[in-house]
Design a protein around this ligand. Sequence first.
Ligand code: ZN
Length: 375
Amino acid sequence: MSRFRFQLIAIASLFTLFSCATKKITTTPQPPTPPQTTVQQQKAPKNIIMMIADGTGLTQISSTQFYHSEPSNYERFKYIGLIKTSSASDLITDSAAGATSFASGIKTYNGAIGVNTDTIATPTILEELSERGYATGVIATSTITHATPASFYAHVKLRRMEEEIAEALTNSSVDFFAGGGLKFFNKRSDKKDLLAQLKKNNFEVNTTFLNTDMFMRQDKKYGFLLADGGMPKKIDGRGSFLYDATALGLSYLQEDKDGFFLMVEGSQIDWGGHANDADYLIGEMIDFDKVLGKVLDFAKRDKNTLVIVTADHETGGFTLASDDGNYNKIKPSFSTGGHSATMVPVFAYGPGAEEFSGIYENTEIYKKIKALLKL
Ligand SMILES: [Zn+2]
């Protein structure tokens, strides 16, 4: 036997010794093995809050870093992904097709609200969860009948059919809503009085102010229509509407034993982008960021709430380039008055949040929520 072979045998015997020792330990009673991965440890979320910052890409989010004195609430997320936003009809999506992808998990044509490419209605996550006993809410700074909120409760061929969308909301399973769009309920071309119809359908409706101190009954629904069209711009004195409406919605919805689904849209970040108006855009962005802080505080306390924050698309081709080559001075600028095709980020917090990392299609958000809820 060569010395080398002897060494090999010696090492092998050592291994045997060690493995025997290990075996002995494993035969003694052991405490239950903890789950192997954090994914398995995660329980299913009870509540879902989806926040849509319309028209918000990375640059819009970055602007909070340079134009706001407080750290951005976006920095509180650990799980971040990117979505591809093209629609079935166009490389660059609009808000209707984008929100329908989130709400129904399908790619459809630009302009479509809750319908597929054959204009057939597709069930939305809000409707599906409502059927399972969830309380539901939609909040926006646009008209409440605008493309993004509408895609969660209405099914029409074209986004501009806001009177039809108002009728759909009136008869929908939505329990709480707040936003603008009063004229589509009380100054309609068909002369119908949808405010009366809302009351008939168990809604308490307020068209003058957001009563943040109100006592809310679980056997009632609540609707706030606080402007004829969209709500005012933040820089024109909208005040804390989005924050207060979200706080009020949360205090009402969280009382539901079965859980809730809430969609909150920062609608006018997109409008600031369309207008190529950086002050408008950044004002809306900071407003949304504050609401995000409120929602994250709620989710942190609650521990059963999954928060998903994303955008339907980027608007404006917004950049934070230097001012004439001076790298110590930023001059916000735009490359288009429309939307862009760039991927947009997804941020997730709460049970199941890690599922939202990676790069995927916008339709996956719906599928991921349903998988987490085991639906
Ligand atoms: Zn837009």
